[in-house]
Design a protein around this ligand. Sequence first.
Ligand SMILES: Cc1ncc(COP(=O)(O)O)c(C=O)c1O
Length: 417
Amino acid sequence: MSLEGKLSKLNCMTTRRAFLAGAAAATGAFGNAKRFPYAEFEQRIAKKDFREMTKDVLPTPCMVVDIELFEKNLKTMADYGKAAGIQLRPHVKVHKSVDIAKRQMALGAIGVTAATIAESELMSRGGIRGVLWTKQPASDNNVMRAVQLSKADPTFLFVVDDAAVIAKVEEAAAAAKVKCKVVVSVFAGLTRQGIANGQPAVELAQRVMASKQMSFEGWMAYSGGASHTKGWVARQKKSAEDLAGVNETIALAKKAGLPAGIVSGGSTGTYNMDKDLGLTELECGSYVFMDSLYRAVGGKTDNAVYSDFENSMSVLTTVDSMHHKGQATIDYGNKAMIQLTDEVKGKPWMKLDKQGAEYGLLKWSDGGGETKVGDRVEVYCSNLDMSTNCYDRYYIAKGNQIVDVWPIMGRAGAAQR
Ligand SMILES: Cc1ncc(COP(=O)(O)O)c(C=O)c1O
């Protein structure tokens, strides 16, 4: 045999030995789990064929929803609404998923709340009726789209807080021969929007009433400052203060002969107090998944932890490298919206830190010794709206098994605007 032949045979043997050693190690690392056919991953998702698809085989970082906890959250809120006699129009900015909106509707929601015209279009085109868009159409682009959506879906509602916007909408709606459902946004503690309460708000509502192109549907009063106020009693006080002016407006409007209409607002933090403060419907969003910051605001029964709803969604991440004491590099970095306030599921002694666009850090002073390269770690994120905006799908898990995949719609780019 020539030298070349001998070398090639030797190479083959070494490669084969290395391969077998690698395979043995891999079998250990993967336990006895069947090897998943990774090449078929996307085809299987498309066919909703989830055989052997466990959390272990998912590409990371990715979002995983615990279906049992998620369904429990939906039911808790729906049951509360029915028992308390307040309607639900849950906010979709948190999940951006028609699959989830449909489940909320099936449990009795009267519609959904959306932050952008794009979210409103996506939901309405996905078959969701009663979409309330909570930002007024200020640009010509948004005016035209709000009018077009009102034409395509007469159940669509949007807010205004400015007479100039009403004039623009009126002109565009007249040209399109459409009657738009309009809600007046009033100040409820957040300086980002809402006309001043009292006479200015009533006059704006009268302006809507006077238009042939609009129907006055009621009021939107989102007390965002109350939502994360720590402690249930303090939160209730803040919500009451924020809504006091709104209630004066409603009383004044009644005297002026305006129809009652809806009073929409509230949040996950204030859901069980706002009925008594005058709201007719709740725009809660975060309760479907909950986030680490919300858990810290305290509940009615437990002042330390807000446990009315469970953390049902986590970001699954992988330990990519470990060469320094007390830390591990994970693939949950800035692009994946890592936040220092995020929490590591089941490992409260671990803290998170940033390390770059595609890299994050797990840090611990003790207790992290069992961590090794390739480990999967789950993280509860801090700001759901921002985080879900970075991912394209939810993997729906029952225990460790994936049972469905739901797309996250309009999370970035053109569909977001
Ligand atoms: C107008 C409006 N309503 C309701 C909510 C929902 O609040 P949460 O996610 O705290 O339940 C938000 C959240 O930012 C909001 O902007």
